[in-house]
Design a protein around this ligand. Structure first.
Ligand code: GLU
Length: 298
């Protein structure tokens, strides 16, 4: 087997907290145990919320924590042209379509259906599925709306994709899912409906760029929090559609706050920079998260 490649892929829309530290340390530990490589990727496609200051903060916090990563660091905002190219391919293949309904229109559509007694399906995050009503707009209507400046999203035509790629989709899970799923897990991307793969002003989305980058960077092992377990079926489908290799996955436990909830960037007291300022040492953080000294050989 070739060299195993791991990655830690934070978004610079806030400072890193204990949950990120756990993920980074875990990736580093597994990469070292495997005699593999660890990459860092900055996921900053949301240019309204991501800033260079947060990116610098991430590098500083990781360095303080004793994480070592390869350079150069891949920054997603430097690769919009690559995502656009793959998106154009999906457009040409008729696997995505432009959808013009605003969030408010989608909400109203669903509220009407629910008032009429219909149980509206929800995605694994609990968000009501997009109705799919624009899947069959005529080409003329689409061109007209696109030219008129109406904002739109490129949505995956999930039904069409599943028709064209009917192979049973699975992935190899080295951790476990929220319901204890492990081993070879069956991927069921249709639970997500017609997910957004790009927007008029941004030629990509989290799902699209993450699969393109992992393939570009030769990532063999995706080790990330369990909150992303349910996104994996979409990633597996996209990997198939874009003819990308299949990596292994390991979804790890999340570090929970005192209220038992997932940490967020607003949990200031678990931000690594706050802990550092309060005089905590990197070794305190590592042992609190169950890791031995960073220098220890596996
Ligand atoms: N950028 C994502 C996050 O910060 C992680 C993406 C991934 O690991 O696939 O939550």
């Amino acid at each position: 087997m070739g060299t195993r490649i791991f990655r830690f892929a934070p978004s610079p829309n806030g400072r890193l907290h204990l949950g990120h530290a756990y993920s980074a340390l875990f990736n580093q530990k597994l990469a070292r145990q495997a005699g593999g490589r660890l990459l860092l990727r900055i996921e900053d496609i949301d240019t309204t919320r991501c800033t260079p200051e947060f990116e610098a903060g991430i590098l500083e916090d990781l360095d303080w924590l004793g994480i070592e990563w390869e350079r150069p660091v891949r920054r997603q905002s430097d690769h919009f042209a690559e995502y656009e190219k793959e998106l154009a391919r999906l457009v040409a293949e008729g696997l995505v379509y432009p959808a013009f309904m605003s969030r408010g229109e989608i909400r109203a559509h669903i509220a009407d259906a629910e008032k009429a007694g219909k149980r509206w399906p929800r995605d694994p995050d609990g968000t009501p599925l997009y109705p799919g009503s624009e899947r069959n707009l005529t080409e003329r209507k689409r061109r007209h709306l696109m030219a008129s400046g109406t904002p739109y999203a490129w949505r995956l035509d999930m039904k069409e994709a599943l028709l064209r790629f009917p192979r049973r989709l699975t992935w190899q899970e080295g951790g476990k899912g929220p319901d204890g799923q492990a081993g070879i897990v069956e991927a069921d991307p249709d639970k997500w409906g017609d997910v957004v793969l790009a927007r008029r002003e941004v030629p990509t989305s989290y799902h699209l760029s993450v699969v393109i980058d992992d393939a570009q960077q030769g990532v063999t092992d995706i080790v990330r929090g369990r909150d992303l377990f349910h996104a994996t079926p979409v990633h597996r489908l996209l990997q198939q559609m874009l003819r990308l290799p299949e990596p292994r996955y390991l979804h790890h436990d999340l570090v929970l706050g005192p209220d038992g909830r997932k940490l967020s960037k607003s949990n200031g007291d678990t931000a690594l920079c706050e802990m550092r300022q309060a005089g905590r040492a990197p070794d305190d953080i590592r042992s609190r998260l169950g890791f031995t000294s960073v220098q220890a050989a596996p």
